[in-house]
Design a protein around this ligand. Structure first.
Ligand code: NAD
Ligand code: IPM
Ligand code: MN
Length: 359
């Protein structure tokens, strides 16, 4: 029984709706297990630009670094398109300043949900993969230039940046099915050639018992759709990981289902769904809260070592899905609110059933 200080960054669009859902789930678990989750909200993204002129106020940054963990909704709004200051910069800066170099994006396609995918059930069912996306390097953080007639974004990686995310991915694979697929563009890009050499060396020196394969990002994008069950851990650089993880989300039926954990070597982690601010459905009780609720489960597991509590959330989400209750993005009827309520009720039901079996 412990106290945890969680900084909540609701952000923009559906962000406040989905973080509220995850907070309710955490509060419910706190009641059951006797933990206290204290939430402190801070500004990020467009909401922060409107209030303070900057997408990441210093107070927010300081609060995140001092927190036990950070829960984030999403940032971004079309109203900032073409403006010099963008909401997305707040997210990039907080990832960098918290040193969150590894972004874990798991996807499992359960039998209960496999018919909801636009892809054939027999292809997607049983998929269980984990993307390790490098999060603080590459083209996202390289020098940018712009004149009236040209623009450039520099893509840089150091050996050390590649090594640390590679070790994290191999360690995760050791706890899973023991396979890493490293995705790059080594037939064209110098950063990818360094990536491939480094991953190959770390594999040989430190993780020879894990199976390593290399894949080029274009054909990997195809094979992930053709035979997703063949993948276990996918290790890749920042931008390829961003793109491939949205693609992979289609296997499960909706981007709204996917959580993520952003972790560094020490210090607090940041937990957020992989989707964006979804301005097209914001404020309408339509957002699927599960990606954020499962991000809270990842927080419990990775930052607080609360395995049972994390398992409870995942079991409740699975139970709700097995009872065929899903949100609109998956062809169902539930709103954000009703989906959250169903998951909380399922958590209570699971614990009530378990308590009755105590002698
Ligand atoms: P998006 O992920 O916001 O939305 C893509 C599509 O998926 C939309 O049709 C949306 O309605 C749907 N969708 C997303 N989340 C959903 C959910 N929880 N439930 C149901 N449907 C959901 O991507 P976009 O439209 O390309 O980007 C919108 C804004 O979000 C942009 O400003 C972008 O920069 C930003 N963005 C932020 C993050 C983040 O904060 N981590 C991630 C991606 C995009
Ligand atoms: C994500 C988003 C962000 C990214 C944007 C909003 C900066 O797409 O978290 O996947 O590209 O990393
Ligand atoms: Mn993205």
């Amino acid at each position: 029984k412990r106290n945890f200080n969680i900084v909540v960054l609701p952000g923009d669009g559906v962000g406040p709706e989905v973080t509220k859902a995850a907070q309710r789930v955490l509060t419910c678990l706190g009641d059951i297990y006797g933990h206290t989750f204290s939430f402190t909200e801070h500004l990020i993204g467009g909401a922060a630009i409107d209030a303070t002129g900057t997408p990441l106020p210093k107070e927010t940054e300081a609060a995140c670094v001092a927190a036990d963990a950070v829960l984030l909704g999403a940032v971004g709004d079309p109203k900032y398109d073409g403006k010099p200051v963008r909401p997305e910069q707040g997210l990039l800066t907080i990832r960098k300043s918290m040193g969150l170099f590894a972004n874990l994006r798991p996807l499992q396609v359960s039998p209960a949900l496999s018919h909801r995918s636009p892809l054939k059930r027999e292809i997607v069912e049983g998929t269980d993969l984990l993307v390790f996306r490098e999060l603080t390097g590459g083209v996202y953080f390289g020098e940018r230039t712009r004149t009236d007639t040209s623009a450039s974004d520099l893509c840089t990686y150091t050996v050390e940046e590649i090594e640390r995310v590679t070790r994290a991915a191999f360690k995760a694979a050791e706890q899973r099915r023991g396979k890493v697929t490293s995705v790059d563009k080594a037939n064209v890009m110098e950063t990818s050639r360094l990536w491939r050499e480094t991953v190959t060396r770390i594999h040989a020196e430190e993780f020879p018992n894990v199976t390593l394969e290399h894949a080029l990002v274009d054909s990997a994008a195809m094979h992930l759709i053709l035979r997703p069950r063949d993948y276990d851990v996918i290790l890749t650089e920042n931008m390829f990981g961003d793109i491939l993880s949205d693609e992979i989300s289609v296997l499960g039926g909706s981007i709204g289902l996917l959580p993520s954990a952003s972790l560094g070597s020490d210090g607090p982690g940041l937990f957020e769904p992989i989707h964006g601010s979804a301005p097209d459905i914001a404020g309408q009780d339509k957002a699927n809260p599960i990606g954020t609720i499962l991000s809270a489960a990842m927080m419990l597991r990775h930052s607080f070592q609360l395995e049972d509590e994390a398992d409870s959330i995942e079991a409740a989400v699975a139970a709700v899905q097995a009872s065929n209750q899903v949100t609109r993005d998956l062809g169902g009827e539930l709103g954000t609110e009703a989906a959250t309520r169903a998951i909380i009720d399922a958590i209570r039901a699971i614990h009530w059933a378990a308590a009755r079996h105590v002698p």
